[in-house]
Design a protein around this ligand. Structure first.
Ligand code: EPZ
Length: 419
């Protein structure tokens, strides 16, 4: 069994290059199904969620091929509309293939992805929006089939700025008849990246105002090349690692402009940050101060994906803190493992309260989901003694190589295998 071994208790120093964005790459890969030809995605992250999406694209007839960090997707021929259950249930975000498949071939068959450790994660808003555009859904148990005799544009109002639902509507609208106005939509950087990619392939998408995306359907999209943006959550994870452990680092290519809520909080907690044209410099040499109250929210608020890594820093900060999780209903799962390392986190519904100034001690801990796994790595880097983090497969879903990245920052961290 593989695990990550960390000998913690020292500060971080070094430079790390930030990988391509998982949450930008996945919807863009789905969008490639709308192109009757070849798309090349440069700086595509080599992570298991991307590999899973490649398997899904291949299962409907597309071809995918890597050329170093560039992923070549040839969707000239679609030969099936059925998405294999093993891949759909492995990766919830596969649901965004529905909009792309309906836009490309008017049919899709997939299992409802179901919930996961961090929350129930229904897809009711996705279904309702696609139905408004003319899709007809039939369900048989967990198998869902959607068909559309030509999607039509319209005014779609989302009850909440859901990232996935927004992406699904954009993908369905790109080749639909007429104009689609998506109101109350998500405006995360990954949404803007999807729009930029589609416009680069000939789509007609504008953003008249915040929370409103307008898509004018076109007849076809063309082949293109696109460079995937750096991953703001991976950059934020490294930033919080330096904040928690102390030290100084340069995060090359970090999209500092997409991390303002995180850099503002880090500054409040005692870090010094300098944005440069090449990335973000972060340093924390003095006290780690508790910020008091932090709440997650939709962009540009503090991102829910950095809430678990932040817990690893807050439990050591001087002073009490309270974190309110406003996006998912189960995203404090990692608190119990952090408490086993010496943290003092009390979870009460959507809030986690923590006494600060805890001294973390190395432990054998297990990751049960992606960002909680990253939080355990950060805690291991800060803890006295040796920490072994099991469940690495969850971390590999979103981090190309978390051991490589934190070794670049001077951590004593290794990949190990237990026979
Ligand atoms: C995307 O998930 C990201 N995943 C998540 O990142 C991220 O945490 C999330 O957006 C919020 O920013 C990808 O981009 C692949 P939502 P998504 O739809 O689209 C509820 C990571 O760690 N909801 O914005 O699934 C839902 O349950 C991952 O990289 C409904 O109720 O998030 C949640 O409570 C984790 N009905 C809230 O909305 C629906 O139909 C926000 O979900 C859809 C969503």
């Amino acid at each position: 069994m593989r695990y990550i071994q960390i000998k913690g208790g020292t500060s971080l120093h070094g430079e790390v290059a930030i990988q391509g964005s998982k949450n930008a790459a996945l919807p863009i890969m789905a969008a490639c199904l709308l192109v009757r030809g070849v798309t090349v995605l440069k700086n595509c992250p080599a992570i298991s969620d991307v590999f899973c999406m490649c398997s899904l694209l291949q299962s409907v007839g597309a071809k995918t091929e890597w050329d170093r960090d560039a992923l070549r997707i040839d969707a000239s021929h679609i030969t099936s509309c059925r998405l294999p259950e093993e891949f759909v249930t492995k990766m919830r975000s596969s649901v965004i293939l529905a909009g792309a498949m309906l836009g490309r071939c008017g049919e899709v068959c997939l299992h409802t992805p179901g919930g996961c450790v961090i929350g129930d994660r229904p897809i009711d808003w996705h279904v309702r929006a696609l139905e408004q555009m003319g899709a007809v859904f039939e369900e048989e148990g967990r198998l869902m089939t959607a068909r559309a005799q030509g999607l039509r544009g319209g005014r779609i109002v989302l009850p909440f700025p859901s990232v996935g639902a927004t992406e699904n509507v954009i993908l369905a609208a790109a080749l639909a008849k007429g104009r689609t106005d998506i109101c109350g939509c998500a405006m995360e950087p990954e949404i803007l990246a999807l729009c930029a990619f589609l416009n680069g392939a000939g789509a007609r998408i504008v953003l008249p105002e915040r929370g409103h995306i307008r898509v004018s359907g076109v007849n076809a999209l063309r082949e293109s090349e696109y460079r995937v943006e750096p991953d703001r959550i991976v950059a934020g994870t490294c930033l919080i690692g330096v904040l928690a452990a102390g030290g100084r680092a340069f995060l090359r290519n970090a999209p500092a402009g997409q991390l303002e809520s995180v850099t503002a909080l880090a500054g409040k907690m005692g870090a010094r940050l300098v944005k440069t044209g090449e990335g973000l410099y972060v340093e924390r040499t003095g006290r780690l101060c508790a910020p008091g109250f932090v709440e997650t929210g939709v962009y540009p608020a503090f991102p829910t994906d950095l809430q678990s890594p932040l817990l690893a820093a807050l439990c050591q900060a001087q002073g009490q803190s309270c974190v309110a999780e406003r996006i998912f209903n189960g995203r404090f799962a990692v608190a119990s493992e952090l408490n086993r390392m010496g943290a003092s986190i009390a979870v009460d519904g959507c809030c986690a309260r923590m006494e600060g100034g805890c001294r973390l001690l190395g432990q054998d801990v297990t990751a049960r989901e992606l960002r909680g796994g990253a939080a355990l790595v950060l805690a291991g880097i800060c803890a006295e003694g040796t920490t072994r983090v099991y469940g690495r497969q969850y971390i590999d879903r979103g981090y190309e190589d978390i051991v490589r990245d934190f070794r670049c920052l001077g951590a004593d961290i290794d990949d190990k295998t237990e026979l």
